[in-house]
Design a binder for this molecule. Structure first.
Ligand code: ATP
Ligand code: MG
Length: 351
């Protein structure tokens, strides 16, 4: 097949970085000046690894998902797009390229624009989960600080931006034990991220993430990954925060954060997998996704969030859950990427 790989690359420095930040500041959202601005975007290392994997069997054309993406895709002769683009600005950013692809009638891997947008809005996701009785932490959405006078959750809570990924905006300080800490974190999210704050009751139990590949009846949960905090400093708040993901755990000094398969009994494994697969189904995810889960005080798996465009760092020494689960299942990086392409091609009746 002819495959177009649609991607956004993390600006390293120089002209493109400046162009991107000026595009952001010309948009009607606030320019984001945080250190984690591009945390979601991929590096060339990842993009080239996906390209190499696809090239094992297919012709691959790289299409950067920039402001000329529509024209480039219109010219493209691809049969299908392998989409890993995170998009520009706003809660529907991950939907931008899939929406263009639908307009041009080009099949693509992964979820549709609706699912991608809903999944980025963690409160909309939780509303759907709640409708289907899928356990998730009690929550409140705060658009303005004065709404905190109606706050009725139990402490401790976690405060996060309503629509970010890759732990953007989630720091150790996001864990709030009292009203003062809550207020200052809500202010930080409202000011720095220009979006509502999602406040959730803190789930104190073990944490897992489940990679899923497939569709409909044949969607399959890969071996469960556990995120454990034993290797972190003693006083570290056990959340997979920006500090945990990008500062404390580095390639030079890797921490033992993930174990896969998770060391859990069969009944818990079944419960976690069925919660994840049910979530995949009710959110109408397609082809692949990663579902984050944490146990509540009664050891019930609760869904934290859904990642329909999961992180896929290629180097096994970088901690990346989806490729790790795939490796445990018996798929190397090339096989994992091509399996996602295969299920998408099959769903689109291309094979
Ligand atoms: N309600 C909660 N109770 C306990 N811990 C939580 C809760 N919500 C989030 N966390 C912790 O914060 C981490 C990051 O939260 P979340 O998954 O919502 O952020 P994210 O930035 O979208 O993550 P990702 O990198 O997976 O896209 C989780 O992995 C978990 O450790
Ligand atoms: Mg997460």
């Amino acid at each position: 097949m002819n495959v177009a790989l649609t991607f956004n690359v993390k600006p390293e420095s120089g002209a493109f970085a400046e162009e991107v930040s000026s595009l952001r500041s010309n948009s009607n959202t606030q320019p984001r000046t945080n250190t984690d601005t591009y945390a979601e975007w991929d590096t060339w290392e990842t993009i080239n690894a996906v390209k190499d994997a696809l090239e094992t069997y297919h012709n691959v054309e790289l299409i950067e998902a920039d402001h000329n993406a529509y024209e480039k895709l219109k010219e493209s002769k691809c049969d299908i797009a392998f989409n890993i683009a995170e998009g520009f600005n706003g809660i529907s950013r991950e939907a931008q390229i899939p929406a263009i692809l639908e307009m041009l009638n080009i099949p693509y891997t992964g979820s549709d624009p609706l699912t991608l947008s809903i999944s980025l809005d963690k409160s909309r996701t939780k509303e759907i989960l709640s409708y289907y009785n899928i356990p998730n932490a009690r929550f409140q959405v705060i658009d303005q600080v004065d709404q905190l006078k109606n706050f009725n959750l139990n402490f401790p809570v976690i405060v996060k931006p309503i629509g970010e990924g890759s732990s953007k905006g989630i720091y150790s300080s996001s864990f709030a034990k009292n009203s003062n800490e809550l207020k200052s974190e809500v202010e930080r999210v409202l000011n720095e991220y220009s979006q509502p704050a999602l406040v959730e009751e803190f789930l104190p139990g073990r944490e897992f993430t489940v990679a899923i590949i497939g569709n409909n009846g044949s969607a399959e949960a890969l071996p469960i990954v556990e995120i454990s905090y034993n290797d972190f400093p003693k006083d570290f708040i056990p959340i997979y925060s920006y500090e945990a993901k990008w500062i404390l755990d580095t390639r030079e000094k890797p921490l033992n954060v993930f174990s896969c398969p998770a060391k859990i009994n069969f009944s818990l494994e079944e419960k976690i997998k069925s919660t994840a697969l049910n979530t995949f189904k009710v959110l109408r995810c397609r082809d692949w996704s990663r579902i984050d889960i944490r146990l509540d005080k009664n050891e019930i798996p609760n869904v934290i969030e859904i990642n329909p465009l999961p992180g896929i760092l290629p180097n096994p020494s970088d901690n990346s859950c989806f490729p790790k689960a795939a490796r445990t299942y018996g798929l190397n990086y090339t096989e994992m990427i091509n399996k996602v392409l295969y299920v998408a091609a099959k769903r689109n009746n291309l094979i």
